[in-house]
Design a binder for this molecule. Structure first.
Ligand code: FES
Length: 98
């Protein structure tokens, strides 16, 4: 099982291994988009880059970065991921809208 802790929201949820981080956030009413992203996001296809999250702990429990993420996050800190591209396989702490 994957425990996902959303730091800003003070919310911890349990998900099945391999759960998509963006979907789990939205299912639990955790907003991963800033204002502009709410209107323009690509719906989870890795195209818009608006679903960025900061991984505070547990990067090793996430799926490796996809080629899309590597391209979109080229100039961002290593702890940043695109929520829609991430599968969670264990305990992780996430900061939304970094
Ligand atoms: S929702 Fe567009 S890149 Fe993640």
């Amino acid at each position: 099982m994957a425990n996902i802790k959303f730091v800003n929201e003070e919310l911890e949820i349990v998900a099945a291994d391999g759960a998509n981080l963006r979907i789990k956030a939205l299912e639990n009413k955790v907003d991963v988009y800033k204002t502009w992203g709410k209107l323009t996001n690509c719906g989870g296809y890795g195209q818009c880059g608006t679903c960025i999250v900061d991984v505070i702990e547990g990067m090793e429990n996430l799926s490796p970065p996809t080629e899309t993420e590597k391209r979109k996050l080229r100039k961002k800190p290593d702890s940043y991921r695109l929520a829609c591209q991430v599968q969670v396989n264990g305990e992780v702490s996430i900061k939304t809208k970094p």
